[in-house]
Design a protein around this ligand. Sequence first.
Ligand code: ATP
Ligand code: MG
Length: 562
Amino acid sequence: MENNNNNSESINFIRNIIEDDLNSNKYQRNIHTRFPPEPNGCLHIGHAKSICLNFGIAEQYENATCNLRFDDTNPVKEDTQFVNAIQEDIKWLGFDWGDKIHYTSDYYEKLYNYAICLIKKGKAFVCDLNQEEMREYRGTLTTPGKDSPFKTRSVEENIALFADMRSGKFNDGDKVLRAKIDMTSDNIHMRDPVIYRILKANHHRTGSEWVIYPMYDFAHCISDAIENITHSICTLEFEIHRPLYDWILNELELENQILPQQIEFARLNLTNTVMSKRKLLKLVEENHVDSWDDPRMPTISGMRRRGYTPNAIKSFCEQIGVTKYNSLTDFALLEHCLRNDLNTQAQRKIGVLNPLKVVIDNYDEDKTEEMQAVNNPAVEDSGTRPIVFSKVIYIEKTDFMEDAPRKFFRLSQGREVRLKYAYLATCTNIIKNEEGEVVEVHCEIDPNSRGGKAPDGRKVKGTIHWISEKSAICANIHQYDRLFNSPEPENCEEGKSFIDDLNKDSLTILKNCLIEPSILEMKKEEAFQLERTGYFCIDRKSKKDNVILNRTVAMRDSWGKK
Ligand code: ATP
Ligand code: MG
């Protein structure tokens, strides 16, 4: 990550903890973090926060490393497709796990043996209560739970039953393995939590080898310990699981090890979108969006497809910081970071979204001239590229107005405007269709103003862009807007779901837009600026005979300001 070292912005409470631990040499080993996605969906911008934090720490401290660990303990929802997509997204963000890629499923045998350790210590038992009974026994937040009648099973019986669970003797849900902790604990997670369940499902990596699967709380802390993690960073909702995390590791008496510490931070919430993978999956499955990488999705792949840059996302993650307090971040901040990055990086191009025909009456039909357009005014020596000028050009409909007010500094009858990089042009006539709509504008250029400079120094305030009929390429432009209408779609009225809050105008397709030909040489998904209009990129599905541009972001934030 850029600007991490000695940068006051990057100081956060987690880095403070790490620095204290380094100073006291608490771990007597190198700092080691991990990013532990469950491969049950694609990564979203919230995951990016966690990635920047975990991999950022590894980059910041000497000899520190960050593992990529797939937390794959729920075979029903997980898939190799997501394992691959997640790796691609992290790489695209610019982080590298080297050879530190792990899967919880690689530890199944070890985890099984650790469960046996607990049983042998009298700290785990096989329980036959069904889900409903278990709920009754668990008690509530205000009332204590009571012991399962199976809690008194002998160690030998538990070992035998657990082996039978593994060998497939029982059906799903018949039995579970539970930790023996305290049914009267104030913390419900400590009331003899389930640590293994029977699930006869095919796993994307282990196939049918296993019919029992460890629960997250059991697998996660042990995986951290196996990997020598020092700081196990997770989101706030796991704070209440921390006593269980510590209990399991302490009971297992892992050798020569200073145990990893779990540290919680507030997850990222963004306005006008949803972030839970379950909800994102619903959007995909019910075809409210095209796919996980639909440019409207808050997924990293969707953002990439829309023309976002890794730097914009990283700089956003820096700016939001890392705290212990849940809050809601305005989507506009992400777009602000994006514009900041694109403003200096993006090539300038010309395109006309709603074309209006302009005929230059005093220009030869057969003549063409090459004008020089600046590639990027924000970068010195970015060079120029030729753009073709000819008798018939197109301008934006909004750049012409009949009966314009005095302050309309664009084209109108009798007024003069600068055609950027070309000539000064004065509107001499207009042609309307039967509905009274202006369909053609006639102009005369000042032949001595080539390049756009008035020969006599007269002031021409307005400058508009244009594209020649002779060079223009036709494109369809997908304009995206917020996916949901309200800032917190998940906080909807009773009886409604976040689906009801979908913005039906989140995608508008503009057909027959005209763009300059050099755009076709751009790499797909690399954003450029259409001058005066916004940032765009070529969609990954675009073809020569069906050019599709995605609007990455408008020039200015306009949400809610219509
Ligand atoms: P979801 O609820 O969307 O399924 P999850 O937390 O279950 O999310 P994981 O794949 O388990 O998804 O997440 C991997 C890591 O990313 C975890 O450490 C998790 O804490 C972190 N993470 C997930 N969502 C966010 C978020 N919105 N902000 C910051 N970190 C997040
Ligand atoms: Mg999770």
